[in-house]
Design a protein around this ligand. Structure first.
Ligand code: SF4
Ligand code: FES
Length: 254
């Protein structure tokens, strides 16, 4: 049987939000190139548990690029070295035998570390709750969504924006800690569709207000968020959100 890779891991360990935390060295041996990055951490954790040590805490759920939970910095890059994939979709074949790999949590004031690689992304939930939804009348006289004609170009753009999985890589990567790629994606998704028109103005005003209250920074067109976003969300969504915000602030004349 082919021998796997031996890796040196430098993993951020932090017992709690209040703990200072620090990097701890580990060796992981015989790693298959076909393993995902999370499976490699599973192997490390099995080893730690066998030794009676505390396993590394990390977030994960779907393990197929959908839930946005598996957020971590790998060698200083959000979701690791490959573009357009989440950590759970990153395979160990992207690394070489003998590599040293740094694994750290998101670094952002808006996402405090809970433990080790897990951060609290409640700020994103509160922004969503401020306006990232449509209210639908379920009285029985609801129009079938498929019966509402939508131009193909709008449907495609709305769909692209809707692929944002709320992972927070954009915030963690941005030197300003800006959440505008995330909020821009959520605002765009609804602004482009007829179903989003009723709450259009309130949505952008309320979501931006909540974003500011959470302490996220402003966009200064650096573009790192777009590069590191695992869903390739385009900076266009930020431009659209800014237009939406401006329009929503213009009061109609009486
Ligand atoms: S815009 Fe991209 S990086 Fe930001 S939360 Fe959405 S999927 Fe993650
Ligand atoms: S575990 Fe769900 S996106 Fe990675």
């Amino acid at each position: 049987m082919e021998k796997g890779m031996n890796l040196k891991l430098k993993v951020w360990r932090q017992k709690s939000t209040a703990d200072k935390g620090g990097i701890v060295d580990y060796n992981v041996n015989n790693v298959s190139p076909d393993m995902s990055f999370l499976e490699m951490i599973d192997v490390l954790n099995e080893d730690l548990v066998k030794k009676g040590d505390d396993p590394v805490a990390f977030d994960h759920d779907c393990r197929e690029g959908i839930c946005g939970m598996c957020s971590m910095f790998i060698n200083g890059e959000a979701h690791g070295p490959n573009r357009g994939v989440t950590t759970c979709q990153l395979h160990m074949r992207s690394f070489k035998d003998g590599d040293t790999v740094y694994v750290e949590p998101w670094r952002s004031e808006g996402f405090p570390v809970i433990k080790d690689l897990m951060v609290n992304r409640g700020a994103f939930d509160r922004i969503q709750q401020a306006g990232g939804f449509v209210s639908v009348n379920t009285s029985g006289r609801t129009m079938d969504a498929n019966a509402i004609p939508i131009p193909k170009e709008d449907a495609d753009k709305a769909f692209d924006a809707a692929t944002c999985i709320g992972c927070g890589a954009c915030v963690a990567t941005c030197p300003n800690g800006s959440a505008m790629l995330f909020v821009g994606a959520k605002v765009s998704q609804f602004a482009l569709l007829p179903q989003g028109q009723v709450e259009r103005k309130d949505r952008v005003l309320n979501m931006v207000k909540q974003m500011d209250e959470e302490g996220f920074g402003n966009c200064s067109n650096i573009g790192a968020c777009e590069v590191q976003c695992p869903k390739n969300i385009s900076l266009e969504v930020i431009a659209r959100m800014n237009r939406e915000y401006l329009t929503a602030n213009v009061k109609p004349e009486n």
